[in-house]
Design a binder for this molecule. Sequence first.
Ligand code: C2E
Ligand code: MG
Ligand code: MG
Ligand code: MG
Length: 290
Amino acid sequence: YIAKRKGSGLVIYDPAIDQSSQESLSLLSELRRALERDEFMLYLQPKLELCSGQVVGAEALVRWIHPEKGFIGPDNFIPFAETTGFIRMLTLWMMEQVARLSEQLQQQGVQLKFSVNLSTRDLLDQELPTAFAAILQRHRLQPAALCLEITESAIMDDPARAQNTLERLSNMGFALSIDDFGTGYSSLAYLKRLPVDELKIDKSFVMKMAQDQDDAKIVRSTVDLGHNLGLRVVAEGVESEEVWFLLRQMGCDQGQGYFMGKPMPVQHFLAWREQWRAPDMLDQSENMAV
Ligand code: C2E
Ligand code: MG
Ligand code: MG
Ligand code: MG
């Protein structure tokens, strides 16, 4: 270590820290460049009504197609985008893509509801609702055509601030969803007070619920909790027909997962939607229920 003089005192100069801040700087400029060069891509993952098998919409998920490093998933840059504030640009970019697509589809008479993810930082951004309003106006869209997903942990980071922003977004007419529900230690008192429409059960409980009795119990009680509070309940991480069937029996409203479709580029999603057929098992269970 080299001691550097700073003000009156001595600070320890750590070359490792310096190197990592250099890396951060270059990652931030790479992200900015990625936006300019159109390297981000909108992916869509279908959301389906479990009782009918009908496609009701899709979740918008970002991908970064890096010219040298190739395909980069959101977990590898969203946290960094959050700490640097870059997330605001990305959130607005996603909203713009989704709004444009939504407008195109509405003109073709296709009604699909798209969900956009917000981050913790977005909830603290006082100007976000106004920026959203401008995008929607440009595309002649009603906010009700879109859903905003906010993770439970993002809300619990600063519940009072979150409540304020969520109320503004809800008053504008956006549908709101609590994402990754079950992983963020939210208090039920807050849940009751927040202007949300949907609970999205985290995939960690859903994926193994056919094998793990405890997971199945957690999912069942979350479905009941959501319904008792008047909320729509969605399960993410539906990886098999068996899980679909279980969720349906529990009365879960919607599902999303690899069994139906992985996140895919827009054109793939539209083609997928044309050929999607709900599994036969749905008809059989209809008869069984009678
Ligand atoms: P999320 O919002 O909870 O999105 C669901 C994640 O679960 C997606 O991962 C999706 O690919 C994955 N998933 C869905 N069904 C299944 C399944 O059946 N099995 C498995 N193993 N995984 C499934 P993805 O696309 O990698 O996104 C990860 C997270 O990154 C998202 O979690 C979200 O928190 C964040 N993210 C993605 N795009 C955006 C964005 O545009 N803005 C913000 N703020 N966050 C984003
Ligand atoms: Mg989400
Ligand atoms: Mg989620
Ligand atoms: Mg998740």
